[in-house]
Design a protein around this ligand. Structure first.
Ligand SMILES: *Cc1c(COP(=O)(O)O)cnc(C)c1O
Length: 224
């Protein structure tokens, strides 16, 4: 399917989820996750009107950057090794996977202006998911105060792959409660107003629970 057609379906679902939650569709930013697809397909996403593109590896981002440059706003959504930070730091607008102090230190050192970051939280406690435990998040963010190039704009999670709607809802709600708590601390480097949550199979639930950035690959640009 054309990206444009998929986008139409997703926008309808966003509209519906927003109506049921009393939210405005404009509050939702769609990050088109292009990690599975070609640069050509990523370009099609831009032509369909999308402006946020997400990649989970530095190699994928750099190869698409070669052609698309700064036409999109680039989101780094994957596990980030500290040694790779220098390759991507001047190209990305957002990093969704901040999960340790050593990474924050490297981002601070390599960036020449504040970078919008999400702290990745492992809400469900599944071993296979990256991110820090919910109880560690507040202390971690307070420890970032010396790294002025790290701006915590929000929290991110990857929910487990399941059809259990109640469980997904609980994960997203937990992340939102944590986000609101951090926001209320009024830390200068952590406005923490945003929530990056929701993927192809669970974005409607994530929106009902407060998502402001949804990261969609398969359902939007495809996965082959
Ligand atoms: C791949 C990926 C997505 C998109 O997954 P889909 O299920 O294809 O929508 C979102 N977030 C992260 C962190 C990913 O790695």
């Amino acid at each position: 399917m054309k990206v444009e057609e998929n986008l139409k379906i997703i926008q309808d679902n966003i509209y519906e989820a927003c109506s049921s939650a009393g939210r405005k569709p404009e509050e939702i930013n769609i990050v088109a996750v292009t990690k599975y697809v070609s640069t050509k397909r990523a370009e099609e996403a831009l032509q369909a009107g999308l402006i946020h593109l997400g990649e989970n590896r530095d190699s994928g981002l750099l190869s698409k950057w070669d052609e698309l440059k700064d036409k999109p706003q680039w989101h780094f959504i994957g596990t980030l090794q500290s040694k790779k930070v220098k390759n991507i730091i001047d190209k990305v607008s957002y990093i969704h996977s901040l999960d340790r102090l050593s990474l924050a230190k490297e981002i601070h050192k390599r960036a020449d202006k504040p970078v919008s970051c999400f702290v990745q939280v492992n809400v469900s406690g599944e071993d296979s998911k990256h991110g820090m435990s919910p109880q560690d998040v507040e202390g971690f963010i307070k420890n970032l105060k010396d790294y002025s190039n790290v701006k915590v704009i929000g929290l991110m999670t990857m929910a487990p792959y399941t059809d259990d709607e109640g469980f997904l809802r609980k994960c997203f709600r937990t992340l939102r409660e944590l986000q609101e708590k951090i926001h209320s601390l009024e830390l200068s480097n952590a406005p923490c107003t945003e929530l990056s949550m929701g993927m192809s199979n669970d974005y409607s639930i994530a929106i009902e629970e407060g998502a402001t950035f949804i990261r969609i690959g398969s359902a939007l640009v495809g996965n082959d």
